[in-house]
Every structure is written in structure tokens, then in C-alpha cells.
Write a protein that binds this ligand. Structure first.
Ligand SMILES: NC(=O)c1ccc[n+]([C@@H]2O[C@H](COP(=O)([O-])OP(=O)(O)OC[C@H]3O[C@@H](n4cnc5c(N)ncnc54)[C@H](O)[C@@H]3O)[C@@H](O)[C@H]2O)c1
Length: 255
């Protein structure tokens, strides 16, 4: 098993990439704190892990709240004795903003969750990792952290692209800061994947065809294909990898 004796906190663990990572990491031997804003989905993922013989706890939290994130990290350390892995998978796109928000409110909402909601767990998680003798952080950026949002997507990913660029700079900055402390910090840049985040887009057959065509492989990704890359970065196999952005995009950014 590739994560034996490791303790992982996975934000956004109730759905999509966070859910796939929670289950995969548990199968590889990690004790997992499944953290999500949605208490029900966090609970059902943690229950599935335990039913399969793994170790997990469900933790409801808003990643934009320092008090929530501190409570979650304390709970994991209290339950499993430390923290070695953090996956920041909680995230939103502009399209998910409350219907009555204007452009400015939507921009702030996305930045709060995607940027502050990545930075806070990083800051608080690093303290726990230092006490645990080191660790690995994986931040979910996007192809739109690397390239501009394509025009045919409309404005639904404007703030999203800004936020995902910031996630890459948080990753690089923290990686340099913690490089000599045994803490590695990396980012994943997925292309479009079949998760709840893209459900509203995939419902439109024309848009779905365009999205598939935009990836040289001619298809979208699956959450497990991204989780597999998170597993590599979390594991000791990636012991000399820090500050990098790994594209998991079927060739999208190679064009
Ligand atoms: N699916 C894709 O196509 C894709 C592509 C590139 C990057 N990403 C990124 O990967 C990450 C995971 O995306 P996904 O596709 O699994 O999405 P998802 O919608 O399936 O899951 C996101 C989870 O984050 C949780 N969340 C939202 N706001 C939160 C908050 N304030 N506090 C705690 N939890 C909160 C949601 O409840 C949800 O369970 C996101 O950061 C996303 O931007 C996704």
C-alpha cells in the first residue's frame, strides 16, 4: 500500500475529485478526514470507506472559515495522531454562484472559496505537518490556471480562471517556503472531468461535444484519473517533486 501509516485531510471530499481521492487514499492505507461543506455527502463517503474496512471521519466545514479549518485539523490530529497529506479539492465555478449575485459578488465568492479556501487549509495544515515530521499538499488548480478560459464557455469561468492562477502561485510560494522542512506542495491542473462541477455544462449536448473536442484525446476525464495523480504526489514516490503543476488534461494545454 502506497500511503500506509499516513493521515490525509481532503477538502471537498464529499464529491467528485475529492470523493475519488478519499476512497483511493483509504484503499492505499491512509486514514482520511473527509471534509466538505455538505455534511451528508462527507458522511456517506466516510461511511463507505469504513464499510470497506478503511479508516475515515466525516468533517463538516466551510474552507473559507479559519475557525472551521482549525477545528477540522484539530479533529483529525486528535483522531489519527497527526497530519501528513492535504488535498485541497473544495472548489466552485462562477456558474455555481447564487442567482442574485452580480459580477462583482460572483468574482468575490469564487475567489473566497477557491483561493482563501485553499490558502487557509495550507497555512493551518502546514503547522500540523511540521509537528508530524513532514507532509505533502496537493492543490486543485485547473487548465484555466495555465491558459485563458475559452470564449465559447461564456463568462461562467472568468473568476474561476483568475482563482486557479492564484492557486498555482500559492503552490509555488509555499513549496519554496517549506522545501527544507520535508513538506512538498504541488498542484494538479485537470481538464474538464465528469463531476458535479461540470454537470450543468454537460447537460447541453452541443457544449459537451465542444468540450470533448477541445481535449486532443476527444473526451473528458474521470475523477479517478485525477485522483490517481493526487495519489502519486501524495506518496513517497514523488519525494523530489515540489512546486510543480501537473496537467491531467488529455492534452488540452499541449495545443
Ligand atoms: N471537474 C472538473 O472538470 C475540474 C477541472 C479542473 C479543476 N477542477 C477542480 O477540482 C476541484 C474539485 O472539483 P470537482 O469537479 O470534484 O467538483 P465537485 O463540485 O464535484 O466537488 C466540490 C466539492 O467542494 C465542496 N465545497 C464547495 N464549497 C465549499 C466550501 N466553502 N467549504 C467546503 N467544501 C466546499 C462541495 O460541497 C463539493 O462537495 C475544484 O477545485 C475544481 O475547481 C475540477
Amino acid at each position: 500500500m502506497r500511503l500506509e501509516n499516513k493521515v490525509a485531510l481532503i477538502t471537498g471530499g464529499g464529491s467528485g475529485i475529492g470523493e475519488a481521492s478519499s476512497e483511493l487514499f483509504a484503499r492505499e492505507g491512509a486514514a482520511v478526514g473527509v471534509c466538505d461543506l455538505n455534511a451528508d455527502t462527507a458522511e456517506s463517503v466516510a461511511t463507505r470507506i469504513k464499510d470497506a474496512g478503511g479508516r475515515a471521519i466525516a468533517l463538516q466545514a466551510d474552507v473559507t472559515s479559519r475557525a472551521d479549518v482549525e477545528r477540522v485539523v484539530d479533529a483529525i490530529v486528535g483522531e489519527f495522531g497527526g497530519l501528513n497529506i492535504l488535498v485541497n479539492s473544495a472548489g466552485v465555478s462562477d456558474r455555481g454562484a447564487p442567482a442574485d449575485y452580480d459580477t462583482d459578488q460572483t468574482w468575490q465568492w469564487v475567489m473566497d472559496i477557491n483561493v482563501s479556501g485553499t490558502l487557509l487549509p495550507c497555512r493551518i495544515g502546514v503547522e500540523a505537518m511540521r509537528k508530524s515530521g513532514g507532509g505533502s499538499i496537493i492543490n486543485l488548480s485547473s487548465i484555466y490556471g495555465l491558459v485563458g478560459r475559452t470564449e465559447w464557455l461564456g463568462d461562467g469561468f472568468s473568476a474561476y480562471a483568475h482563482s486557479k492562477g492564484a492557486v498555482l502561485q500559492i503552490t509555488r510560494d509555499l513549496a519554496i517556503k517549506t522545501a527544507r522542512e520535508g513538506i512538498r506542495v504541488n498542484a494538479l491542473c485537470p481538464g474538464f472531468a465528469h463531476t458535479a462541477l461540470t454537470a450543468g455544462l454537460r447537460d447541453n449536448p452541443e457544449l459537451l461535444a465542444r468540450m470533448e473536442e477541445a481535449h486532443p484525446m476527444g473526451r473528458l476525464g474521470e475523477a479517478i484519473e485525477i485522483a490517481n495523480c493526487a495519489l502519486f504526489l501524495a506518496s513517497d514516490e514523488a519525494s523530489f517533486v515540489t512546486g510543480t503543476a501537473l496537467s491531467v488534461d488529455g492534452g488540452y494545454t499541449a495545443q
